[in-house]
Design a protein around this ligand. Structure first.
Ligand code: PLP
Ligand code: COI
Length: 355
């Protein structure tokens, strides 16, 4: 494996003193991991170096054509002070799947993990201590060719930045209201909905603004062909508990294969709760809400963790779920998942990587 260089920072930042005010993704640490790609050397020059602004030519291809991918994961502090990661190899494997779709060269996942570990070793004091806080990890790759031709770039930058975070939603674990989007679509068949790439998020911003004006935290996307079937929410996969069973949209190429989604499905099965991955019509959800069989709804994601959904709104129609309170199963899954992530519950799945 290539040797990872270290460049020491001359000055260090002041760490946040009030961990209850961290919010999400507003503060960044002292160091970042970087490596570069060019056709002669492949991925090379892995380095932990001081966090710094990037200098990019105005013609840099990522700024014009969006050849960029990213990941989101977290480093957790256990009660004994030790640090741990949750399924980091799954994130780097997904990043390479996104890379493939965006014609970005594959990288060595073990080297990326080593780079992350080295970065975290230097930045360990940035991992917050309060319950529910963590150090959010954002690996990213951008195309850095200075050229305006529409084709795969020849040069790329891989970087990982770190941000101490609290809850993703301002309301914490309280149920969120979600607006069912019926005008815009996020991804289409054959597109890159399954990839974690900038364009998917760019496509979602306007709908998010419209929903926010109506008082909703996020948008629930429907399929891009008929706008009939549930896809996912802006930053999380969706799950519904109907008649005792957890159902979630199957991976169809247009939604992200969430690592939290996969973990919750495995946890639910472990707890003896039946699960099903299939196509789900939005009409079925509203119907179940009306006839009383929709017991709970929640989203899953690294940033969002397990987030109860208390209200769904579609046009003029609104349904309240689980009395707009966190449901029993949602709470149980939240407690077990976060228990494994923060090290208070045993991990029977081999998901935890201790640092
Ligand atoms: N769907 C989208 C669009 C997301 O951005 C995320 C967040 O990463 C998820 C789902 C959940 O994925 P994961 O559980 O891997 O964080
Ligand atoms: C994550 O959960 O890691 C995400 O990437 C969500 C997001 C803030 C886009």
């Amino acid at each position: 494996m290539q040797e990872i260089k270290f460049i020491k920072a001359e000055t260090l930042k002041q760490k946040p003193t009030d961990e209850s005010k961290l919010g999400f993704g507003k503060i960044f640490t002292d160091y970042m991991f970087t490596m570069e790609y060019d056709p002669e050397n492949g991925w090379h020059n892995p380095c932990v170096e001081p966090y710094h602004p990037l200098s990019l030519d105005p013609s840099t291809s990522v700024l014009h054509y969006g050849q960029s991918i990213f990941e989101g994961m977290k480093c957790y502090r256990r009660a004994d002070g030790g640090l741990q990661l949750f399924r980091p190899r799954d994130n780097f494997a997904r990043m390479n799947r996104s890379a493939d779709r965006l014609s970005i060269p594959q990288f060595d996942e073990e080297l990326a993990l080593e780079g992350l570990k080295k970065l975290l070793e230097v930045e360990k004091d940035w991992v917050p201590h309060n319950v529910g806080t963590s150090l959010y990890i954002r690996p990213t790759i951008i195309a850095t060719d200075a050229m305006l031709g529409v084709h795969a770039a020849h040069h790329y930058l891989f970087f990982i930045i770190l941000s101490p975070v609290g809850a993703y939603y301002a309301q914490g674990l309280a149920p969120v209201g979600i607006y069912v989007e019926d005008t815009y679509v996020r991804a289409v068949r054959g597109g890159f909905g399954f990839a974690k790439t900038a364009g998917n998020y760019a496509a979602s911003i306007k709908a998010g603004e419209v929903a926010a004006k109506k008082g909703y935290a996020q948008v629930l996307w429907l399929d891009g062909v008929e706008q009939k079937y549930v896809e996912e929410v802006g930053a999380m996969n969706m799950m519904f508990k109907i008649d005792g069973k957890i159902i979630t949209p199957m991976l169809n190429g247009s939604i992200l294969a969430g690592i939290t989604r996969d973990s919750v499905l495995k946890l639910a099965a472990h707890m003896g709760i039946p699960t099903e991955e299939r196509r789900i019509a939005i009409d079925e959800i509203f119907e179940a809400a009306k006839n009383g069989t929709l017991e709970e709804a929640f989203g899953t994601g690294t940033a969002a963790v397990v987030s109860p959904v208390g209200e769904l709104c579609r046009g003029d129609e609104k349904v309240i779920i689980s009395n707009n309170e966190i449901g029993e199963t949602t709470q149980k899954l939240y407690d077990t998942l976060t228990g494994i992530q923060w090290g208070t519950v045993e991990d029977p799945f081999g998901w935890i990587v201790r640092l």
